[in-house]
Design a protein around this ligand. Sequence first.
Ligand code: NAD
Length: 276
Amino acid sequence: MLKLREKGKPIRVAVSGVAGRMGRAVAQSVSAESDMELVLAVDRSQAGTPLRELIGPEVADLGVEDKLGLGLDRVEADVMVDFTHPGAAAEHAMSALKRHVAAVVGTSGLSDQDHRDIAAACREFGTPAMIVPNFAVGAVLLMRVAGMAAKWMPNVELVEMHHDGKADAPSGTSMLTAELIADARGKIDPTKPTAVVKVPDVRGGEHLGVRIHSVRLPGLLAHQVVLLGGKGETLSIRHDSLDRSSFMEGVKIAIREVWNLSGLTVGLETILFAAD
Ligand code: NAD
């Protein structure tokens, strides 16, 4: 993290999507930390609104701006955190990286091409980035445990459940969980095909051979169940984010650690399990 520690100053953080549910929570969390300083607040809605009017007196005295690049040209920032929309997040990351501002992307639903573009920008500008499908430490543990369990119980299906305002499906977390399971489980005897399917897609969609079922309902926040089936037994591993505060510890870990990494890092695992 050498860039930041050497200076011995707070980490200067720009938040993109600051008027959204996650962006507001990030602005509050950053403002509450003595080693972080909120220096830029960006959102395409609410431009011109004082941030304190939008969030409360605890956040920095900034106005909401609508253009990330223009803001980053004006203020000095170390880390840009993005919680916006899958259609905008990669461009925001690139905008930060080319200005030597590390990018922490929490927005889910980025494409493989977005990942490749961000990785290339990290190399070109020598600036690190993280794409984190789920900042909740419990969800990261669930993914880790799911990988371990799938080695011994390879028949797995995932049920991910989110609020009905979520733009993408399946969730980034379930995609990454499926990838970890596919890596860990080796060859499997596939479950028997369903002979009669009366409702299209009722058996869910497949990612790398792992079936995922996406539920969207008001009242939910972010939940995932990994169901593993074996001979005469099942195992269920469940994680629930009950409140957006569940994501904030992970966001702060990423802000503090991103400059310790190089290139593009996907997920918090590299940091949380660094000592393993
Ligand atoms: P939200 O709709 O409440 O907020 C998104 C904000 O981004 C809005 O204020 C919107 O105006 C702004 N925005 C959209 N496009 C923009 C652009 N081009 N430029 C500037 N601002 C723009 O959504 P949310 O619930 O805060 O979630 C945001 C994203 O974070 C979603 O993709 C969601 O799935 C993801 N998410 C990730 C995690 C995680 O742990 N990684 C946790 C929760 C949510």
